[in-house]
Design a protein around this ligand. Structure first.
Ligand code: IPM
Ligand code: MG
Length: 353
């Protein structure tokens, strides 16, 4: 029987609650589809700082590198907001991404038919939306130097090398080949030199994928088009900062940020996490929506472990459960037959696998 090692980082806030549900689902999927999973917990974020004075202990990096994949919940909270930047939970996450060299971040934004009403946009605008944001994750202004601040000035550097753009562009075009064969590359080439280079390199790479249609869009226009007519997009390829912003925007098309998973891949190991944060305001109340994390677990089975049948079973179970009217609190106003706790939602999804 195939055996996989999964590093688990529950993190802060609602992290532990949502990850526990994903583990519950993974165990059932493993049983049903005949493979074994070994889970090992590692510390990161605020809890890691509290226990070790370091938001990303070395053991966590080592543990992730030794595993077949990392399942991650969420980190951060007001409690740690006033720490020096390098000790903050967010710095732990950025360092983890960098250490594992996961340069490609997949953020699908798919609208479930059952939740059309949950979107703040009109149903006819969002029905059928199926976008994949491919965000460069370990470069750009997040990591560029020089950076710093003194009393009067703060500065960061947005920088991309040809190599960095090439490798993420290839990933995006390959992903598009398996979808609707359209890539929209988003930049700010009318103002930024770094974007000019980005656009040139992406256009060059595009020549190797004649079956995929490339378009280019300025980021301000893309932000507008996502709301005006989101169905025009298939794969959105963009840099670290623009991808951070546009993926949050795209997530709202689906009605709740609690629904959307992500995969960070391309490096020495892979990280699977919901795109939402740690939601400290509802932590411990048992009302968080575990679907984004469970869908992230499905992505893990699909991309890192190659357990496609199990991944499909989880995705289908999520869809069925939504069809049947099970809702967590964030989406309770839209066709709820039963309003579920986080744990109950996990259990219902488990039943349908
Ligand atoms: C995300 C988050 C992170 C980011 C933060 C928590 C560092 O917003 O994963 O989108 O900016 O990348
Ligand atoms: Mg973000």
């Amino acid at each position: 029987m195939k055996t996989y090692k999964i590093a688990v980082i529950k993190g802060d806030g609602i992290g532990p609650e949502i990850v526990n549900e994903a583990i519950k689902i993974l165990k059932i999927a493993a049983q049903k589809f005949n493979f074994t999973l070994h889970f090992e917990d590692f510390l990161m974020g605020g809890i890691a700082y509290d226990l070790t004075q370091n938001p990303l202990p070395d053991e966590t990096i080592a543990g992730c590198l030794e595993s077949d994949a990392t399942l991650f919940g969420a980190i951060g909270g007001e409690k740690w907001d006033n720490l020096p930047r390098e000790l903050r939970p967010e710095s732990g996450l950025l360092r983890l991404r960098k250490s594992l060299e996961v340069f490609a971040n997949f953020r699908p934004a798919k609208v479930y038919n059952e939740l059309l009403e949950a979107s703040t946009l009109k149903p006819e605008i969002v029905q059928g939306v199926d976008i994949l944001v491919v965000r460069e994750l370990i470069g750009g202004i997040y990591f560029g130097t020089p950076k710093g601040r003194d009393k009067n000035r703060g500065y960061n550097t947005m920088i991309y090398s040809v190599e960095e753009v090439k490798r993420i562009a290839h990933i995006a075009f390959k992903a598009a080949q398996k979808r609707s064969k359209k890539v929209c590359s988003v930049d700010k080439a009318n103002v930024l030199d770094v974007s000019q280079l980005w656009r040139e390199v992406v256009s060059e790479v595009a020549k190797e994928y004649p079956d995929v249609e490339l378009s280019n869009m300025y980021v301000d226009n893309a932000a507008m088009q996502l709301i005006r007519n989101p169905k025009q997009f298939d794969v959105i390829l963009t840099g670290n900062l623009f991808g951070d912003i546009l993926s949050d925007e795209a997530s709202m098309l689906s009605g709740s940020i609690g629904l959307l998973p992500s995969a960070s891949i391309g490096g020495k190991a892979a990280i699977y996490e919901p795109i939402h944060g740690s939601a400290p305001d509802i932590a411990g109340l048992g009302i968080a929506n575990p679907i984004a994390t469970i869908a992230s677990a499905a992505m893990m089975l699909r991309y890192s472990l190659g357990e496609i049948e199990a991944a499909d079973a989880i995705d289908n179970a999520i869809e069925t459960v939504l069809k049947e009217g099970y809702r967590t609190k964030d989406i309770a106003n839209f066709g709820a037959k039963e309003v579920c706790s986080c744990e109950r939602m996990g259990s219902v999804i488990a039943e349908y696998i």
